[in-house]
Design a protein around this ligand. Structure first.
Ligand SMILES: [Zn+2]
Length: 385
């Protein structure tokens, strides 16, 4: 038995906070959630003092990559080095569920096996495998590696083969940076054929859009999730203002990855005013979609980004007009609903996936990144016990 005692408990984004609450965990399952006076803490329970903190459900990061050197040879790498890397990138920031949107499929499945056996403490992984580019559109920034290309609708058999090897989702580069100065867009009939294959196997399809034409191809092709906003424009034309409503109407979800834009463009040496313009486009797209009631999922592209701290992402989401409860939904209930998983809330009978934050994100959104304790299935993966 473990008792998390004395924190401000947020059972879900919609629920009222319990100011001085208790969450009881027995083995891997939550058994009680309530006010201190209403929940009996059994003698002998391990007590985690949560005073001054906020206790809520474990987080999802729906856009990560296990492509760093430390994850290479995941079947034989020392468990301590894998554990340290997972802690640095994910669990020290409260993340217990991830969606890997591009990596070596068999390597990532090996990493997942070692986590799920209990040998390596880490998050639950869903993975896309390598992903698929349009003809001539393998992304320049992963060179010399190339990813498979879909030229015609019939090439969707390649997508089926990747799912048969164990992929959990499909990832399409519907708009792909083939060179630093050109984006190749996947034809809509090719997107649609790949989406049909994924859906026939009951899998979600993610898209990397890059720009408005790449986003439009994804949305019209029936993709489920845009893995990024699409703030780029090669010719200075404004982004396509019709797209957020199209996404809302068709049920497409959006992962904003706002911190990625200044990260990427600063490394590329772009001037600050241009960086602000691109970030501003991403913020405006997120705001427009949120105002229509579209489904937003939290994701940062860590693994590609070597700066793992999500603080700026939370600040930019707030800049897009999102309230702390909306950001918490992106981290918990929205991805749980999208992936059909019974997680994302604190309630008796659910898995004990729990985060304890320093402070209160309703007062300062940066508190979402200040994680004292991360628990998955009742096991502490990070922090003080
Ligand atoms: Zn990515």
């Amino acid at each position: 038995m473990t008792a998390l005692v004395g924190g401000r408990v947020l059972p879900s984004p919609q629920a009222a906070a319990i100011p001085d609450g208790v969450v009881l965990v027995e083995e891997a399952i939550i058994t009680a959630v309530g006010a201190r006076g209403a929940v009996h803490v059994p003698a002998g329970a391990r007590v985690i003092d949560c005073a001054g903190g906020t206790v809520t459900a474990g987080f999802w990061n729906s856009h990560v990559h296990f492509t760093g050197d430390v994850f290479r040879a995941a079947n034989t790498a020392p468990s301590e080095s894998l554990a340290a890397a997972l802690r640095a990138m994910l669990t020290s920031y409260g993340v217990v569920h991830v969606v890997d949107t591009g990596s070596d499929l068999l390597n990532t499945l090996a990493l997942r096996r070692r986590i799920e056996s209990g040998e390596v403490p880490g998050p639950l992984i869903l993975t896309a495998g390598a992903g698929f580019a349009p003809a001539g559109g393998s992304p320049f920034y992963i060179l010399p590696a190339r990813i498979p290309e879909l030229t015609r609708p019939a090439d969707a058999v390649l997508v089926d083969a990747e799912l048969a090897r164990g992929g959990d989702i499909v990832k399409l580069f519907t708009g792909s940076w083939a060179t630093p100065r050109s984006i190749v867009v996947m034809p809509v009939d090719v997107v649609r054929a790949a989406v049909e294959v994924g859906h026939r196997r009951g899998k979600l399809v993610f898209a990397h859009p890059s720009n408005s034409p790449g986003a439009r191809a994804a949305i019209e092709g029936g993709v489920d999730v845009l893995a990024h906003t699409f703030p780029a424009s090669l010719d200075g034309s404004p982004w396509d203002r019709a797209l957020p409503a199209m996404m809302k109407e068709r049920g497409t979800a959006l992962i904003p990855t706002l911190k990625l834009w200044p990260y990427e463009l600063t490394r590329g040496g772009l001037p600050p005013d241009l960086i602000e313009l691109v970030l501003g486009n991403g913020v405006a797209q997120t705001r427009a979609f949120a105002e229509l009631g579209g489904q937003l999922l939290f994701g940062t592209d860590v693994g590609y980004m070597t700066d793992y701290d999500p603080t700026d992402e939370f600040v930019y989401l707030q800049r897009a007009g999102l309230a702390p409860a909306q950001i918490l939904a992106m981290l918990t209930t929205a991805p749980a609903a999208r992936f059909g998983r019974a997680t994302g809330r604190l309630a008796p009978g659910l898995a004990a996936d729990i985060v304890v934050l320093d402070g209160d994100p309703a007062q300062d959104v940066r508190a979402f990144a200040k994680v004292r304790t991360t628990m998955r299935d009742g096991r502490v993966l990070h922090g003080r016990t």
